[in-house]
Ligand binder design. Structure first.
Ligand code: NIG
Length: 386
């Protein structure tokens, strides 16, 4: 190895998922008895077991998969909504208004308190196999507070999303359009320097299609990529809007019409499914089979947030995706890795092929099928991340 670059080899891999069909079997590009060499943070070779390098991780015949790419989180917040969850389990419906509770707690928290909570959740996610995640703002809903959340999120990821259009805050009650003007103007200006993306919650009780369009078009004009919270609590215009604006992702997609499915299938907009949110809000699950069979690209993500989905566990999401969304084990793993990367338009993530970011998981299992077969088990034995 030249120039002081150290190479790491993950050796004696029983079953390797590369997500590169040119390297191995099927759409997941499965290679048996393999080794992966990582140099300077990138995969430099996929080769036969027995490769040499400065450092060696012995997979001892177990499976190795790409690290999970969690493309939808609200990781930076303060407070707790366990009581709301408990009431929901007793029959209350989930509603967008709970965002206001977290906003009140987040506004009064110090930078260090927010940092500590986010770092704890990031560590938890990492231990569960997440090697890259996206983080949204959206729990301050004022100019300085949203900019602060974006700045703190940027300490943890380069995929930060501005979500000023999450809820109309109390002080703008009855003046939603004034709030939208603030979000699309001064708030966007203050947040954009930290962000790669902008998002809007297109839903009854949050923002209508015109209001979302105003925010998203302003964000696109500033060079941000787009994402939309779409069709979470009922049918609505969110998916169509996402496709029309060329958004990278329409997230939730719990209630889809045939037109929505066709629109997603005919576009580059990824359908990002958030099964832990449907689980924690006792909603139906999205019709993932219909999306996949129609040809849409599907990602799954945790949607970690204190209201609708307080989990960072991609393992849990994979188990739900297989059991309840009826993805095959292969489709679910792809959706949690390369699918998340597609939703973030990061082709260098979510695969283990030469040139990709060298983020890999050694599983305590002979294959990734165990991720759904053994739900709730800590199957991520080792996380190799950059
Ligand atoms: O994606 N739906 C909007 N945002 C979050 C929930 C936010 C909350 O309830 O605090 C979501 O589910």
């Amino acid at each position: 190895v030249d120039g002081g670059v150290t190479a790491l080899v993950i050796d004696r891999i029983g079953l390797l998922v590369t997500n590169d069909p040119t390297l191995g079997e099927g759409p997941l590009g499965v290679v048996r008895d393999a080794a992966v060499v990582i140099e300077d943070g990138r995969v430099s070779a996929v080769t036969a077991a027995g490769a040499a390098a400065d450092e060696r991780v012995d997979a001892a015949g177990r499976a190795v998969v790409p690290g999970f790419v969690d493309s939808h989180t609200h990781l930076v917040f303060a407070g707790d909504r366990a009581e709301e969850f408990t009431a929901r389990m007793a029959g209350q419906a989930y509603a967008a208004g709970g965002i206001g509770v977290t906003t009140a707690a987040t506004r009064t928290a110090s930078d260090d308190e927010l940092r500590a909570g986010s770092a704890r959740r990031w560590a938890e996610a990492r231990a569960g196999g997440t090697t890259h995640l996206e983080i949204k703002s959206g729990y301050a809903l004022d100019v300085d507070g949203e900019a602060r959340l974006c700045r703190l999120a940027a300490e943890l990821t380069d995929d930060v999303t501005f979500l000023g259009a999450h809820l109309v805050p109390q002080e703008y009650g009855g003046r939603a359009d004034d709030y939208v003007a603030l979000v699309a103007g001064p708030m966007l200006d203050a947040c954009a320097p930290w962000c790669r993306w902008a998002d809007a919650f297109c839903e009854t009780g949050a923002f209508d299609a015109d209001q979302c369009r105003t925010v998203l078009e302003a964000a696109a004009a500033r060079g941000l990529g787009l994402r939309v919270h779409a069709n979470q609590l009922g049918p609505g215009p969110g998916v169509q809007l996402a496709v029309e604006l060329g958004a990278a992702s329409a997230d939730h997609c719990t209630y889809l019409t045939d037109t929505d499915v066709d629109a997603l299938a005919g576009s580059a907009t990824v359908a990002t499914l958030l099964p832990a949110a449907d689980f924690s809000t006792r909603q139906p699950y999205p019709d993932a089979r219909r999306l996949i069979d129609a040809g849409a690209t599907v990602a799954i993500a945790s949607n970690c947030n204190p209201g609708s989905s307080y989990t960072t566990s991609m393992l849990f999401c994979i188990a739900l995706a297989v059991r309840d969304l009826r993805l095959t084990a292969d489709e679910a793993l792809w959706a949690a890795t390369a699918g998340g990367a597609a939703a973030l338009r990061r082709p260098d993530l979510g695969r283990l092929s030469p040139g990709s970011v060298g983020a890999a998981l050694v599983l305590d299992a002979p294959s990734h099928h165990h991720l759904a077969y053994r739900p709730g088990m800590p199957l991520v034995a080792e996380v190799i991340a950059q």
